[in-house]
Every structure is written in structure tokens, then in C-alpha cells.
Ligand binder design. Structure first.
Ligand code: NAD
Length: 327
């Protein structure tokens, strides 16, 4: 089996190369190019392409892949909103990594919350310059505060456990409540009204697109913390900025951003920032932005490689494709 591996970064090879050599022996060509219209022709001659979160495959690109004889898209992610699944049906298999380390993402969400709340990032830079002043670094206890978890799937559940470990009162919203969880489900509106911390863990769908918008922000308590490690499209960034300006938010942690494609994962430090919204967001002292790295632990990246290669193996051997997302 020949796989064209798009958007390769040095850290991708650590597991993919060694596991492939050890166990599978596929031909994997590691391409640096992202997967987009202009680079889809690179897939000619391959059986499958392997893509990451900021790659995308539109309906015309699916058609091109199909015409080239490519049989599958291997996603190195759980989310699949970047592939036109309707167009793929009957033409290409799309296989994902449904779960690799929910804890990695949830622990990162808590790290973002603790950072924007307790200013550890600022303390780090201050003390390195021998500025031992703590003015402006006062945070808030999380103990007994209310954490509102939107989406109680694998990552949401891990976040619930972490928040309960901090003795927070946890409430949750999910249209498909899980009765096995020891958490109080409330309506979306109640969650927005009553939470001191809101952490987003639902997928990006038509329903959740801009779930954080003017209306929901208007419902929130003053000085709420918002953390998004899910997908950028969950937040209407224009209204988020308004909420930051009127001090609705005490702190905001964003590991994802609606317009991150082509920007996140790249070193653009010598470029002029053209995205006015991103430029504005980075200017707030209480906003922490990171480059979609909630998943980025040794355990998670290893699991991503294992499951992706296992998906390729199942495809190659004509076995059951349990991680298919094309129905
Ligand atoms: P999951 O499928 O296990 O859980 C998603 C949950 O969201 C489900 O319980 C589902 O019922 C719920 N949901 C669906 N529609 C909803 C709605 N309208 N409102 C509220 N909840 C809704 O997914 P997961 O593994 O927990 O991942 C959650 C999201 O995290 C993914 O969709 C992905 O976008 C994101 N993610 C980010 C990173 C990162 O590095 N930052 C890594 C992995 C996943």
C-alpha cells in the first residue's frame, strides 16, 4: 500500500516511521505540503492519502482522487468536518482516529484555564527579568466554582473528572446526555447563565457553529472563563472580542481558531499578520492562544500513528473498517 502523507512535520515521523517499519511495511511518502486543491495532484499513484486537521478535501478534490484511483482518506484526527463526506460516499473510504488520548486534550484545556486564571505565563517572563513584582497577577480560586462542560463525549468526560478533582461544581450540556456520568445536565441556556468556567468539547456541526455568539455571551456571568480546545468555528470571534472589551470574560483560552487553516502549525513570525481578528485577539492580556496542540503528547501522537496505520492495514487486508465515517 502506498500512502501520501500530507502536512508532515518532524514530530509526525517519530511514530509513523518507526511503527510502519516495525509492523506494516507500507510505502509512506512524507510530503510537507498541506492537502488542498493545488496539491491534490500529488496523490496520483497512491492508494491512500493521510491528512491532518487543517488539510481539507472538498467534493471536487474527492472526484479528482477517485479518478486517480486513490481509495481512502486516512485522517490523523478524530474530527472529520474538513472532508466532504457526502461526496466521498460510494467513492472513497474515510477513516478516522476516533479516540487517542482524550486526557491529553482535557488536561490541556485545564492548563489553559489555569494559565489565564493564574498568569503563570506572565510570572515566568517576569521572574526571568528579575521582576519579582506580583501586581496584576491575582487570579481566582476554582474550588467550588461552577464549570460548564459543553459536550460530554470522551474529552468532555475527561474534563469533568479533572474539574471534579478541583472540587468544582460541574454542570453539562449535551443533546445526548449520558446517564452513566455523575454530572448534572442542564439546558444550554442554564449552562451559559450559571457557569464560572465554560469549556467547549462538542464537535463542529451545523448546530454547534458559533454556539458562542452574541446571544450566548449576553447570558454569561461577568468574569466568566472560556476555554475552547474543540474547533474554532464554535465561536463567533467578533462577538468574543466585544465580550472581552466589555469585560464579560475574565480570561479566554483558545487552542483553536476559525481561520486557523494555513496559519496554525506554521512559523509566520516574519510575516505581517493580515487577520485583523486574530491580531486583536492576541492583543488582549487575558487571552491565551495556542496553535491547536491540545492533542500534543507522546501518548496521543503514538496512539494516532498506531490507529491510523491499523486503519490502513484493515483497508489493505479487506477487513472490517470500524473507524469509517462514511455511512
Ligand atoms: P466525542 O464524539 O467523544 O464527543 C462529542 C460530544 O459532543 C458527544 O457527547 C456529542 O453528543 C456532543 N454533542 C454533539 N452535538 C452537540 C451539541 N449541539 N451541543 C453539545 N454537545 C454536542 O468527541 P471527543 O473525542 O470528546 O472530541 C470533542 C472535540 O474535540 C472533537 O470534535 C474535536 O473537534 C476536538 N478535538 C480537539 C483536539 C485538539 O488538539 N485541540 C484534539 C482532539 C479533538
Amino acid at each position: 500500500m502506498k500512502i501520501a502523507f500530507y502536512s508532515t512535520k518532524p514530530y509526525d515521523k517519530i511514530w509513523f516511521d518507526s511503527l510502519n517499519k516495525e509492523k506494516y511495511g507500507f510505502t509512506i511518502d512524507f510530503l510537507e505540503s498541506p492537502c488542498k486543491e493545488a496539491s491534490i495532484s500529488l496523490a496520483r499513484g497512491y492508494d491512500a492519502i493521510c491528512i491532518f486537521v487543517n488539510d481539507y478535501v472538498t467534493a471536487p478534490m474527492i472526484e479528482e482522487l477517485y479518478q486517480m484511483g486513490v481509495k481512502a482518506i486516512l485522517l490523523r484526527s478524530a474530527g472529520f468536518n474538513h472532508v466532504d463526506l457526502r461526496a466521498a460516499k460510494g467513492k472513497l473510504e474515510v477513516l478516522r482516529v476516533p479516540s487517542y488520548s482524550p486526557e491529553a486534550v482535557a488536561e490541556y484545556a485545564m492548563a489553559m484555564l489555569l494559565t489565564v486564571n493564574r498568569y503563570t505565563h506572565k510570572a515566568y517572563t517576569r521572574t526571568r527579568e528579575f521582576n519579582m513584582n506580583i501586581n496584576g497577577l491575582m487570579g481566582r480560586d476554582l474550588f467550588r466554582k461552577t464549570a460548564g462542560i459543553v459536550g460530554t463525549g470522551k474529552i468532555g468526560q475527561a474534563m469533568i473528572r479533572i474539574c471534579q478533582g478541583f472540587s468544582m461544581d460541574v454542570i453539562a450540556y449535551d443533546p445526548y446526555p449520558n446517564s452513566d456520568l455523575s454530572v448534572k445536565y442542564v439546558s444550554k441556556e442554564e449552562l451559559f447563565r450559571n457557569s464560572d468556567v465554560i469549556s467547549l468539547h462538542c464537535p463542529l456541526t451545523e448546530e454547534t457553529y458559533h454556539i458562542i455568539n452574541k446571544e450566548s455571551i449576553d447570558m454569561m456571568k461577568k468574569n466568566v472563563y472560556l476555554v475552547n480546545t474543540s474547533r474554532g468555528g464554535l465561536i463567533d470571534a467578533g462577538y468574543l472580542i466585544e465580550g472581552l472589551l466589555n469585560r464579560t470574560f475574565a480570561g479566554v483560552g483558545l487552542d483553536v481558531y476559525e481561520e486557523e487553516e494555513g496559519v496554525f502549525y506554521e512559523d509566520r513570525s516574519n510575516d505581517i499578520m493580515r487577520d485583523e481578528i486574530l491580531a486583536r485577539l492576541t492583543s488582549f492580556p487575558n487571552v491565551l492562544i495556542s496553535s491547536h496542540m491540545g492533542f500534543f503528547t507522546r501518548e496521543a501522537t503514538k496512539a494516532i500513528a498506531e490507529i491510523t496505520l491499523e486503519n490502513a492495514y484493515a483497508l489493505d487486508q479487506g477487513k472490517e473498517l470500524k473507524n469509517s465515517v462514511v455511512s
